[in-house]
Design a protein around this ligand. Structure first.
Ligand code: HEM
Length: 503
């Protein structure tokens, strides 16, 4: 049941993302850049927050008026900055929720990824706390509703000594001192959030923290447009002498408050903590067998460092040589961080099928598919191919199921990740196996299950990243197609094209 819900969410993501690719092109598709967009919005919120702090009056009596002043009289600058601050914060929540759902649906939280997942959980609370305390500062009726509600919610825990809600009892009970504390919290919590975001990506190698320039421009333009058309406004000023009834809440931040109103603090706590606990234990529920970590074969390792540079999870580190060979460094695998994608194998200069050594051993190997076994599988797949066009399709276990393309003249091989394929194998296939063409495929750009497979493969083929595809390789007989598992058509088209070349 849970598995089919997950599959449904995953396929929905694939379809919506395909639509996004068609509508705005992969470069502007926000689904490929959710984490990076989270960072981008956080810079917008931080920058605009710093500006808003300048005209802000840090007192109960002056807060509302100072915000109202910039909203109405300085709408062209302060008002826009206020709106950017609000919409940027809303976007952070939206992006975070979609990012969380997507990582879950794509199964990217198991094994070594538990760290990114578990460090993501506090970010949910920190973002919500940053937003709610921000709304307090305006000190309008919505702030009053939030202040009273949050105080009663916290008081229920009974751990704060004196009641916090007593600060909101009567017209004179909220002091400037307490208000200053609120401001301090609204500055401190986002700083903790930034620190938490930095920890969150500590174990991610080459994290995508900045969306492409075009996306940054479009996103900023969208926020500016929204700020001009629907400027952020305040409710009437807070009045602790009476309760306000007509409120226009920001659902991105206040979705839990109606639960609190309806069922009281105990249920609201149970709901909030229960949901957090459910999210937190996800990596340890229904755990599958972890893929064996790659193994460094020191006798073949020249200490070049390509594997350490290419590993998406920082599982390989370079250390001073210990075995007496005349190389300065050696690769050292940290098995706990390895997801078994094999991208390090694809980056190793010694992973070449042309080598005569027997057995053929690479500087770094996957136990489940050593380089020698990969060469044997390539040869075995190509040998029975018949017809004028004999094609090999090489893809990954997370992309389109390649079996559907198999015919007497098309053979398919699936790897843990396409990034595992050393480029010399493409040259080998085209020059030594009798195949007339090769299609390389795998997860669509920005969606690689192992993060960097397509990116490194493209770069190696374009000779922009070591190891390069040899110059002599006939590129006309090679097609590279990245596709979502729900979208086999581009691969079929590439096969059809290569079949035409030779028929
Ligand atoms: C402020 C909110 C967040 C921001 C800005 C953020 C940002 C990022 C970034 C930049 C990455 C690296 C993406 C890449 O380069 O592939 C990442 C990865 C990840 N995030 Fe978040 N994240 C946030 C919240 C969360 C939450 C709430 C969760 C789940 C509880 C989560 C789970 C993950 C996981 C599992 C990965 C690792 C993905 C992988 O290994 O491929 N994140 N995040």
């Amino acid at each position: 049941m849970a598995g089919s819900v997950k599959l449904l969410i995953r396929n929905t993501f694939f379809r919506v993302e395909s639509l996004g690719d068609r509508l705005c092109g992969p470069e502007l598709n926000p689904f490929h850049q959710l984490g990076a967009l989270g960072w981008f919005f956080s810079w917008i919120v931080l920058g605009t927050g710093l500006y808003l702090f300048i005209p802000f009056e840090t007192s109960v009596g002056g807060a509302w008026a100072s915000v109202e002043y910039i909203t109405v009289h300085q709408w062209w600058l302060g008002g826009i900055v206020r709106s950017l601050h609000r919409y940027g914060s809303d976007c952070m929540v939206a992006v975070m929720v979609i990012h969380l759902l997507r990582e879950f649906a794509m199964d990217r939280y198991h094994g070594a990824r538990w760290f990114a997942w578990i460090t993501g959980v506090p970010l949910i609370w920190l973002i919500l706390a940053s937003g709610v305390t921000g709304y307090w500062l305006v000190w309008d009726e919505l702030a009053q509703y939030l202040g009273v509600g949050t105080a009663e919610w916290l008081d229920w825990l009974g751990i704060f000594g004196q009641s916090i809600a007593r600060n909101f009892l009567t017209r004179g009970s909220l002091t400037d001192r307490f208000f200053t504390l609120l401001i301090f919290i609204h500055i401190a919590v986002p700083l903790f959030l930034l620190f938490g975001m930095w920890i969150h990506i500590l174990r991610v190698n080459h994290p995508a923290m900045t969306p492409p320039r075009k996306m940054r421009l479009w996103t900023t333009a969208m926020l500016l447009g929204l700020s001009l058309v629907f400027p952020a406004k305040s409710h009437p000023p807070a009045d602790l002498g009476r309760a306000s009834d007509v409120l226009n809440p920001d659902w991105f931040y206040m979705a839990l408050y109606p639960a609190f109103d309806t069922w009281g603090p105990a249920v609201a706590w149970a709901l909030a903590l229960g949901l957090t606990a459910v999210i937190a234990i996800v990596p340890w529920v229904g755990r599958r067998r972890r893929a064996a970590a790659a193994v460094v074969q020191l006798s073949e390792c020249s200490g070049c460092g390509h594997c350490a540079a290419d590993c998406p999870f920082g599982a390989v580190v370079m250390r001073p040589r210990m075995d007496g060979l005349a190389h300065e460094k050696q690769a050292v695998m940290q098995p706990d961080l390895c997801t078994g994608c094999g991208i390090c194998v694809g980056s190793c200069p010694s992973s070449t099928p042309f080598r005569k050594s027997k057995p053929l051993i690479s500087g770094i190997e996957l136990e489940s598919l050593p380089v020698e076994a990969l060469r044997d599988r390539v040869l075995a797949a190509a040998a029975p191919l018949t017809g004028p066009a004999r094609l090999l399709v090489l893809g990954c276990d997370h992309g389109v199921d390649l079996k559907r393309f198999e015919t007497p003249s098309v053979a398919a091989l699936s790897l843990p990740c396409t990034g595992m394929l050393p480029p010399s194998f493409l040259d080998f296939i085209l020059s030594r196996t009798g195949a007339t063409g090769v299609v390389v495929t795998g997860c669509r750009g920005g969606e690689c299950h192992h993060r960097l497979g397509p990116q490194w493969t493209d770069a190696r083929i374009a000779a922009a990243r070591e190891p390069h595809l040899p110059k002599r390789t006939d590129r006309d007989r090679l097609r590279v197609v990245w596709a979502a598992p729900t979208d086999p058509d581009p691969i079929a088209a590439a096969i059809a094209q290569l079949s035409e070349v030779k028929s």
